[in-house]
Design a protein around this ligand. Structure first.
Ligand SMILES: Cc1ncc(COP(=O)(O)O)c(C=O)c1O
Length: 477
């Protein structure tokens, strides 16, 4: 059915609501304050508005509609109770400038969440100020910089990053004023330790590492890597955006990391995609805990208070950051409990290995051995159709496709992260669709080349769509 735009439904004089006659006298606004241009607002009835928004919501694909197997994104289902709690006006109506003594409950919650995360990750302190994962990276790098500067070690300008890293890593390094040094990966997709030894010198400020890495692999040499970097005087940064795989199972502190960011909006139950709000919580070990940004909650003489740390890098965002995300993370951890939180990592890993085992007959698996929370295929084994074709055909089967052409390590990357919240039945349906598509590629490859067939629009020019966004009705006129 062709859905008209709300502007096309507009009829002059039609209204959605009629206000009762007011008893307050009209007060004419000064002429110079009146707008002279047509506001171009649609004139519609209530039912038009309801249908407009309901139809729009149905066009949207979200995790509440089906499996969202986007690799490197951890699109897990977020329990609704956490959303409910985050709407609590007792928290939402607080003003960030209120004196600490009048905000004890909110500060206590933040303090408790920090203690829980310290325990889960083995760290000393957390800040919830950064508003995204990339923002957490920048914050952690600024802390590393401040640490070296405090030690008057000014020549440390380089940050090492494996070539499999997420794109935000080199961008954060550049913004923090460091120089990026790329590290090669081995054929298995993990860090090449020999290359690391070659590039380590007294100009290295630190290394950023994602574990499990972006190919879904656990860095097996992690302890060797962290020791080598520490022996050279550098610090270790953990990109913990993929921490779902290790939740409750492993501690970054035991691996030798000094600072980490977690994406609370991936791992700890805040829906994401579409730009926020998020929290890139930054956790620090002994060496960096005094460098945390913004004001940090402490317990002093029975009172929760906000204090600047002594070596603080200053403010990286407003007040306490996105507080409702903090609330959701706290509710999530408490509702899981100590006994269940390790199930997150275990089921996330089990599900990814299940998908890999079910599909490796049809799709090429470029890395050997067991994987962690996500599986990367290098396209169809038969190569009768491209990864883009497979992704578009999945739309015809009603599934959101996996991440495609990332990581850049393989030419036909298809990265699937099934997450722990999907049932075996749902994962089986997704697997069945991918097997059917592999058979179609053999017999009727044009079905894939021309896909999608059932969506409101067919194959788009994605580069043009990304570069020349047209999202406003007026732009379309
Ligand atoms: C490995 C990795 N690092 C960093 C980020 C950046 O996080 P954000 O998108 O919240 O800035 C992501 C995004 O999900 C990621 O997958």
């Amino acid at each position: 059915m062709y859905d008209k735009l709300i502007f096309e439904r507009s009829k002059e004089g039609r209204v959605g609501i009629t206000l009762p006659k007011t008893e307050v006298k009209d007060y004419p606004l000064p002429k110079e304050h009146l707008t002279k241009r047509d506001l171009l607002l649609p004139e519609v009835s209530e039912v038009d508005v309801i249908r407009h928004y309901t139809n729009l919501s149905l066009k949207n694909y979200g995790v509440d509609r089906g499996i969202y197997p986007l690799g490197s994104c951890t699109m897990k289902y977020n329990p609704k109770i956490n959303e409910e709690l985050s709407k609590n006006p007792k928290f939402n109506n607080l003003h960030p400038l209120q004196p600490d003594v009048t905000s004890q409950g909110a500060l206590e919650l933040e303090y408790n969440l920090e203690k829980l995360l310290n325990e889960i990750l083995g760290l000393k302190a957390f800040s919830f100020a950064p508003c995204a994962g990339a923002h957490g990276e920048l914050t952690g790098l600024m802390m590393i910089k401040a640490y070296h500067e405090k030690n008057k070690d000014y020549k440390r300008k380089k940050i090492l990053i494996p070539d499999s890293a997420h794109g935000t890593n080199p961008a954060s390094v550049a913004i923090a004023g460091f120089e990026v040094v790329n590290l090669r990966s081995t054929e298995e997709g993990t860090v090449d330790v020999e290359h690391l030894k070659e590039v380590l010198d007294d100009e290295v400020a630190g290394m950023m590492l994602t574990n499990p890495n972006t190919a879904g692999l656990y860095e097996k040499d992690i302890c060797i890597i962290t020791k080598l970097v520490h022996d050279a005087g550098g610090l270790m940064y953990y990109d913990g955006a993929n921490f779902n795989a290790l939740l409750g199972l492993a501690k970054p502190s035991a691996m030798g990391f000094d600072v980490i960011h977690l994406n609370l909006h991936k791992t700890f139950s805040t829906p994401h995609g579409g730009g926020g709000p998020g929290v890139g919580a930054v956790g620090a070990g002994e060496k960096l805990k005094t460098f945390l940004p913004n004001k940090h909650v402490r317990l002093e003489n029975g009172l929760y208070v906000r204090r600047k740390e002594k070596d603080s890098i200053g403010n990286v965002s407003y007040f306490q950051g996105n507080y409702n995300v903090i609330l959701k993370a706290y509710a999530y951890i408490l509702s899981m409990g100590k006994e269940n939180i390790r199930n997150v990592g275990e089921f996330a890993v089990l599900n990814a290995n299940y998908v890999k085992a079910a599909l490796e007959e049809y799709y090429e698996v470029p890395v050997k051995g067991a994987i962690m929370h996500e599986v990367v295929f290098n396209g169809l084994k038969s190569k009768k159709a491209s990864t883009l074709d497979v992704a578009k055909r999945l739309l015809d089967y009603g599934f959101h496709p996996s991440t495609i052409y990332f990581p850049l390590l393989f030419s036909q990357s298809m990265m699937v992260e099934p997450v722990e919240t999907e049932s075996k039945e749902t994962i089986d349906e997704f697997i069945d669709a991918l097997i059917k598509i592999a058979h179609e590629a053999e017999k009727t490859p044009e079905l894939l080349h021309d896909a999608p067939h059932t969506t409101p629009v067919r194959r788009l020019d994605e580069v043009l769509a990304a570069r020349e966004l047209k999202v406003k009705y007026r732009d379309l006129l």
